[in-house]
Ligand binder design. Structure first.
Ligand SMILES: Cc1ncc(C[n+]2csc(CCOP(=O)(O)OP(=O)(O)O)c2C)c(N)n1
Ligand SMILES: [Mg+2]
Length: 532
């Protein structure tokens, strides 16, 4: 068989080391399915296009290699787009490949013909239609490189169905664009000067800086200089319960080093009291801050490079030691004393912290995937995990089950536990079917309070308990839903049944759901005034 556009695409995917295509089938992409036969790339067929993107996102965050989703044109593409927002806000390198109406029928009302690039544009770094069959491989390689370049994030390619099917000669690949930009020495010196002169300097890192090698570099710089570092990747921003008491110190910092972190809603746009009125900010990112942000020093460079430049140069200076870093680390590292009792409590329905206590042993060397609602916030606040994947600044609920599947494919050797509310579970529950068909044994722990509790709590606060409306659910047996799909189910009402249920779920070797009846407790807060 001579080479088709689809074959060039698959050649480029294999060459880039892509091992899974998270997909949902459709007319315009069947040529890619056909081309994948006998190749070293597996199709993971999902039940919703957004789930395919979340799986690619989970894979990407675990490996720092782009995760690739493949969906069909028009409605398939639009289903996928919402999930790109989560990847965008969490700075996760994802490539969305969508089939597209044939080039030969462009503008004539083709089946499922819409302006896919415009639909994707607000939630991607770049989007384009591949213009010829010959360019399928080259454009894919560019999309992968661009997704990984700073700041990592989603890229979309629309693939016209007729170009995928078209026969081509062998194209000669052109070199792929790539760029890593560091800062000049003078800016590095000025940044260190500002930090060195501070009494209470603080590093705040954005989502991608918190992953893998980048966070190790941040910690090394923190170690050399004694400047405390916090990662901010929660939609609750300065009220992120996983920062615990450390959030109290944000407003006391006099010099703040922002590493790939914007002065956005999560930092209350840098205004007091979230940050001090007289704080000075050093902003390191390729995208410049707004002039109205009041930034003292802008370093327009790739923070992954700059943090290493800073660490190298910092080693040649003397850094004063103070109690400031220890105070923040201690506040971040300790939980309120009243939590100890809640962790041990056997009252029913179970408190979320009781569930967390049972989960912790699995996560110390495991993967925690956290998602929406008050239960999710309790888990994020209480659990320490080797890997932590959360729905992130996007604040969109529903990603945890598919994201856990992507993560488990990346790290089959580690336990992967998704902790999520009952409302959130419903969004992509049917991905347990995907998990069963593909043999991906994750464990989902559903905190079942028969309520969309986060919204119920907001209603209580804003309008008063008597006016809480519309947010009830049923105490549904989600464990039986998963059993019906061929997975393992556990239902837990009492504290003493938690550990054995989790053990059976893990040992089953099947995708499992542990449905736990919990008390609908409001998420913990450590800072004054909740934002979400
Ligand atoms: C895509 C999306 N839809 C709606 C919301 C609003 N929302 C945030 S939390 C939440 C309730 C989640 O309920 P559940 O999963 O049961 O968790 P609980 O708060 O009850 O613990 C809702 C509706 C959102 N953040 N994202
Ligand atoms: Mg709930």
């Amino acid at each position: 068989m001579s080479t088709r556009g689809a074959d060039l695409l698959v050649d480029a995917l294999v060459a880039a080391g892509v091992r899974h295509l998270f997909t949902l089938s459709g007319n315009q992409i069947l040529s890619v399915y056909d081309s994948s036969i006998g190749r070293d790339v597996a199709l993971v067929h999902t039940r919703h296009e957004a789930a395919a993107v979340h799986m690619a996102d989970g894979w990407a965050r675990m490996t720092e290699e782009p995760g690739v989703a493949l969906v069909t044109a028009g409605p398939g593409h639009l289903n996928a787009v919402s999930a790109l927002y989560t990847a965008l806000m969490s700075e996760s390198p994802v490539v969305l490949l969508s089939g597209h109406a044939p080039r030969s029928e462009a503008g004539r009302g083709a089946f499922q013909e819409i302006d896919q690039v415009s639909a994707a544009r607000p939630v991607v770094k770049a989007a384009w239609v591949v213009e010829s069959a010959e360019r399928m491989g080259e454009d894919l390689t560019r999309a992968m490189a661009f997704a990984s370049a700073w700041p990592p994030g989603p890229v979309h390619l629309s693939l016209p169905g007729d170009l995928l099917e078209a026969r081509v000669g062998s194209p000669s690949p052109r070199p792929v664009w790539s760029e890593t930009r560091g800062a000049n020495d003078e800016l590095v010196r000025q940044a260190l000067e500002l930090l060195g002169g501070a009494r209470r300097p603080l590093i705040i890192a954005g989502p991608a800086m918190g992953r893998a090698r980048r966070w190790a570099d941040v910690e090394r710089f923190s170690e050399v200089t004694g400047i405390p570092a916090l990662l901010m990747e929660s939609p609750r921003g300065v009220n992120d319960p996983s920062l615990r008491g450390a959030t109290r110190f944000l407003g006391e910092a006099d010099v703040v080093l922002l590493l790939g972190k914007r002065l956005d809603f999560s930092l209350r746009f840098g205004a007091p009291p979230a940050l001090a009125a007289r704080r000075r900010i050093v902003a390191v990112d390729l995208a410049p801050p707004r002039s109205s942000d009041g930034v003292a020093l802008t370093v327009p460079a790739d923070p992954t490079v700059v943090i290493r430049q800073l660490a190298a140069a910092a080693g040649r200076r003397r850094w004063p030691r103070s109690a400031w870093r220890k105070e923040i680390d201690d506040a971040r590292g300790t939980t309120p004393v009243e939590w100890d009792e809640l962790r041990r409590s056997s009252r029913t329905p179970l408190h979320p912290l009781r569930v967390c206590a049972a989960l912790q042993p699995w996560l110390t060397d495991g993967v925690f995937v956290g998602d929406g609602g008050e239960f999710g916030q309790w888990c994020q606040a209480a659990l320490e995990a080797r890997y932590r994947l959360i729905n992130g600044p996007a604040g969109a609920i529903g990603s945890a089950v598919p994201m856990a599947l992507g993560a488990k494919l990346a790290r089959a050797d580690l336990p992967v536990i998704a902790a999520l509310g009952d409302g959130t579970f419903g969004v992509h529950a049917l991905e347990f079917d995907t998990a069963v068909r593909h043999g991906i044994p994750i464990v989902a722990v559903v905190g079942n309070d028969a309520r969309w509790n986060a919204e119920y709590q907001l209603q209580r606060r804003h309008y008063g308990a008597p006016r809480a409306i519309g947010c009830d659910l049923l105490p549904t047996r989600y464990d039986r839903v998963v059993e019906a799909l061929g997975g393992h189910g556990e239902h837990v009402e009492r504290a003493e049944d938690l550990m054995p249920a989790l053990e059976r779920a893990q040992k089953s070797g099947k995708p499992a759901c542990v449905n736990v009846l919990i008390e609908g407790a409001a998420a913990p807060t450590f800072a004054a005034g909740a934002s979400h």
